[in-house]
Design a protein around this ligand. Structure first.
Ligand SMILES: Cc1cc2nc3c(=O)[nH]c(=O)nc-3n(C[C@H](O)[C@H](O)[C@H](O)COP(=O)(O)OP(=O)(O)OC[C@H]3O[C@@H](n4cnc5c(N)ncnc54)[C@H](O)[C@@H]3O)c2cc1C
Ligand code: FES
Length: 512
């Protein structure tokens, strides 16, 4: 099963990509360019930033390695809410009541701003107002939910603790925040890209940026050797591909699975739900045809490179079918987001000495409101305007990172283990003939670690097992037919081509 594109047992990949498919790609820049602002990455953070800056009268170019809004943003659950599971109780303890208030205000402002854009541009993106809920089935989780409801209310959200929801199963309790929204993220963003082009902005697809030289101007280099000179550069590549500030020490990738299927309209929940129980379950429904709604269920998070993805899909599908009787599963896909060590995104100057480079990352599973918020914040920074929440999200912040030392050290220990452990010679590795069709394994041959994949025809393909980002050893995800790096989440096709950064170079091909 390939959850990027393919079908198996009657299921399809991302519903958002299926119902707003990419057309012909916008060609890469044919020659060197000069612009006011270059935005690297065409997901919700990059496209929204490019749109804001174009509206400010800047000449903007978006440089996208693949297709617009087809990365994580094209595979999300697509809730637009300021209720981010249990963040407010955490924030009031780590960043104080004012930090929690700024977080709530900034995320709520992003949702209102998106609603205004939808209205102003007349975007048909299945926008629906909905309440958001964080719930628990286990009565043991109720105290935590009560604390979160109180913290979210103190932060300024219309939050309360409830025990009734429109889920078809009982819950022990839930935090409810009204006046939130859900939408079709690709329809929204493709309309933004059209408007950006109408206003003189440029979009280049199939354009991977591989080099950045900071200065006045900054110079970006693409994989085709083209140079883009820009006064300002926004790095919105999800995991930052340029990282002088060592942000990778403060970000950990978390991959999640999504299954979706149809239910009778009358039985579909209209609220948007999430629970931290059972390795997260997140649920919403979207408009569909023939008296049905599409139920979208997310969960089973894990570090990229896990071996048991197929079992996790089975567990998530079984949960969905058990909790929503009559559900007919039609789609399944997977994607990943980056958690920051202090649970607040990193948005602002790229590093301590940065004067013209900005970054937006670490959205922790909430990068739709977060990406729109980041775009407004970067628009203010580039325009030299004050923004009341710039300090909260500033990637150069240290105090809260030090306070969160535990999760920082845990992440570093995990990476160090992968890094050092991966350099020790494996005691055993499977013999080539033992690698089944559709599987992959890391094998030492001629003193090198080779990532070897046997395709469905039985043919073997070998690439270097050393990730081209910082050198950890990749592992094979057979459910998605991809080599994945557990350190910072780079993903590669069986032939070594990049599926997802931060790597900017493919895995080197090896002879067997
Ligand atoms: C399962 C799941 C469900 C989620 N559901 C929700 C939700 O309901 N609500 C919510 O708010 N958030 C949700 N999120 C989080 C949200 O989807 C992400 O945080 C958000 O989409 C990230 O947007 P982005 O623009 O940073 O990244 P992306 O959408 O991945 O965009 C980055 C772009 O950069 C491009 N790129 C990478 N490297 C280069 C390079 N070298 N040169 C040029 N381009 C490059 C990529 O091709 C990609 O298109 C969810 C996340 C997951 C994993
Ligand atoms: S993604 Fe960083 S080493 Fe692989």
């Amino acid at each position: 099963m390939n959850t990027e594109t393919g079908t198996e047992a009657g299921t399809k990949g991302s519903y958002w990509l299926e119902t707003a498919p990419p057309g012909e790609p916008a060609p890469p820049p044919p020659h060197d360019l000069s612009v006011d602002v270059a935005v690297v990455g065409g997901g919700i953070a990059g496209l929204s930033a490019a749109w804001e800056l174009t509206r400010q009268g800047r000449e903007v170019a978006v440089l996208e390695a693949g297709r617009l809004a087809a990365g994580v943003t094209g595979r999300t659950t697509a809730k637009l809410t300021a209720l981010h599971t249990l963040v407010y109780d955490h924030l009031r303890r780590t960043r104080g009541p004012e930090g929690a208030r700024l977080y709530a205000r900034s995320q709520s402002a992003a949702i209102s701003h998106a609603a205004e854009i939808v209205e102003e541009l007349g975007i048909d993106c299945e926008w629906e107002e909905a309440a958001a809920f964080t719930y628990a089935e286990d009565p043991g989780g109720v105290a935590e939910l009560r604390a979160e409801a109180e913290a979210a209310r103190e932060a300024g959200l219309s939050a309360d603790f409830v025990t009734e929801t429109d889920l078809p199963f009982p819950v022990a309790g839930a935090v409810r925040v009204t006046g939130q929204a859900q939408f079709h993220p690709r329809k929204y963003l493709l309309a933004l890209a059209d408007d950006l082009r109408r206003r003189g902005g440029a979009v280049y697809e199939d354009t991977r940026v591989v080099g950045l030289s900071e200065g006045e101007p900054c110079v970006l280099t693409t994989d085709a050797g083209v140079s883009i000179r820009a006064d300002e550069v926004v790095i919105a590549t999800h995991y930052p591909v340029f990282d002088r500030a060592l942000l990778f020490t403060r970000l950990s990738p978390r991959r999640e699975l999504v299954v979706a299927g149809t239910v009778d309209e009358a039985l579909a929940p209209r609220g948007m739900y999430i629970t931290p129980e059972q390795a997260t379950r997140s649920v919403r429904s979207a408009p569909y045809a023939d008296g049905k709604r599409l139920l979208i269920v997310t969960g089973e998070h894990f570090t990229p490179g896990a071996a048991d993805v197929e079992e996790r899909f089975a567990r998530l599908s079984a949960w969905a079918q058990d909790r929503f009787p009559g559900l007919t599963l039609t789609h399944r896909w997977a994607t990943q987001d980056n958690d920051s060590t202090d649970s607040v995104p990193l948005v602002g100057p790229l590093h301590a000495g940065s004067r013209h480079t900005y970054v937006a990352t670490g959205f922790g599973g909430w990068g739709l409101s977060g990406g729109i918020m980041a775009a407004g914040l970067i628009g203010d920074l580039v325009g030299g305007r004050e923004c009341e929440w710039s300090g909260l999200y500033d990637p150069r912040r240290l105090a809260s990172v030090i306070r969160e030392g535990g999760s920082f050290l845990k992440h570093q220990a995990h990476v160090a283990q992968r890094f050092v452990g991966d350099r020790l010679p494996p005691l055993t590795g499977p013999a080539l003939e033992d690698i089944p069709r559709g599987e992959g394994a890391v094998v030492r041959t001629d003193g090198r670690q080779c990532a070897i994949h046997r395709d469905e025809t039985g043919q073997l393909h070998a690439v270097s097992a050393r990730c081209t980002h910082l050198g950890c050893i990749v592992a094979f995800n057979s459910a998605e037919q991809a080599w994945e790096c557990p350190c910072h989440g780079s993903r590669f096709a069986p032939d070594g081509q990049i599926l997802q950064g931060p790597a900017v170079r493919p895995l080197e091909k090896h002879d067997i």
